[in-house]
Design a protein around this ligand. Structure first.
Ligand code: SF4
Length: 366
């Protein structure tokens, strides 16, 4: 298949769904790791079409949702300082910190600019030498190479007024945290295809061996998801947990080696707090000491982010697959996209916003 539409062909979807249903003998619990997959499963009516035979739960793969509230507060605090501009992707602006969102801070006069790439922030720094420009870098391995490249460009250009406030996180340690949770019921994973585009998937061999669960690298279109689920179900039904790749058009076993070298040059792996989850061993990336002049936490003497949880928000249980968003008592009443209590209701990739947005009565893509 060459075109995206081909991965949404109704006849193929119906045929593959029927094959999937035939392959299932018990109601397995399968977690899609990525928020993009969650939204696609709901938007295209796949979850509703399978809910009588499979339990699909939705993992911690929304980067905005897991960025600690303290990091948002730190960005807002920086943006209030004289001669400091904070540049951020737009989807971070509405996420509540402990002291409000960046949007609220901006309304109160904090200097916050929306940019579309970290390089835009480098250009902003170059054009405003009398201002300190801080790029607020969040996200998984998909966004890390771009912030690493921005830092290296800024250094090459001799910019002394550019720095990064990073809250980068890594997917595999979060899946590990899911499996190590006493509450987990997850029996198989759809791994996030776009992250594997960067990292490859060889690192999942040890994960599959350690936890005896299948991991299927999966894309985002309806046929990608059905085929990923089919492979996961087959592995479970055969009692042979294995690693496989259903996203071969984008993902190779070793991934993007150039991007990996950039990440390794600039960042080191650290234990880090995830919003809702707590501290995850090896779950994040920090700027290496040799680049500390570009680390906003060092430059502006900020404290490290710490663990905290949102009062009343049950995002941890949602991200562990213990409950689904509608089981949270606040879902749809106190907590809506207009009045979010927790980050998963804000983000375009959050599981709670996906459930709120796509009603369970969705028709199968047709
Ligand atoms: S519905 Fe709102 S309060 Fe409940 S888990 Fe989701 S984001 Fe948190």
């Amino acid at each position: 298949m060459k075109f995206m539409d081909e991965y949404r062909q109704p006849a193929l979807i119906q045929r593959n769904l029927a094959e999937l249903r035939q392959a299932i003998t018990r109601r397995w619990v399968i977690m899609d790791v990525c928020g993009g997959q969650t939204h696609s499963l709901l938007r295209h009516g796949l979850e509703a079409a399978l809910e009588d035979v499979l339990e699909l739960v939705h993992g911690p793969g929304c980067p905005v949702c897991v960025t600690p509230a303290e990091a948002i507060d730190a960005a807002a605090e920086l943006a209030r300082r004289p001669n400091v501009i904070v540049a951020s992707f737009g989807d971070m602006l509405r996420v509540p910190g402990q002291r409000g969102s960046l949007l609220q801070a901006r309304a109160e006069g904090a200097k916050i600019r929306i940019v579309y790439s970290p390089m835009d922030a480098v250009e902003l720094a170059a054009s405003q030498p009398d201002q300190q420009v801080v790029f607020f870098g969040v996200g998984f391995e998909t966004t890390v190479p771009a912030t690493a490249l921005a830092l290296l460009h800024a250094r090459q250009r001799g910019l002394t007024n550019f720095s990064l406030l990073v809250s980068h996180v890594r997917v595999e340690p979060a899946m590990r945290a899911v499996m190590q949770s006493a509450e987990t019921r997850v029996q198989g994973f759809l791994a996030a295809g776009h992250v594997c585009t960067v990292t490859g998937y060889e690192n999942y061999h040890s994960f599959v061996a350690e936890f005896s669960v299948p991991v299927v690298v999966t894309g985002f279109e309806p046929l990608d998801l059905i085929n990923g689920l089919f492979e996961c179900v087959q592995s479970l039904e055969q009692g042979q947990p294995r690693l496989s790749n259903q996203y071969e058009r984008s993902v190779s076993p070793t991934g993007n080696l150039h991007a990996q070298r950039l990440m390794e040059q600039v960042y080191e792996i650290v234990d880090t707090p995830w919003r809702g989850f707590g501290r995850i061993a090896g779950g994040g990336l920090a700027i290496r000491p040799e680049f500390c002049e570009f680390d906003a936490r060092v430059r502006f003497q900020l404290a490290d982010a710490v663990c905290s949880s949102d009062v009343d928000c049950r995002s941890k249980e949602v991200m562990l697959g213990v409950i689904k968003p509608p089981e949270c008592p606040l879902f749809g009443n106190q907590c809506t996209p207009e009045t979010p209590v927790g980050a998963p209701m804000v983000s375009s990739e959050g599981a709670c916003s996906a459930y709120y947005r796509y009603s369970r009565s969705n028709e199968l893509t047709s």
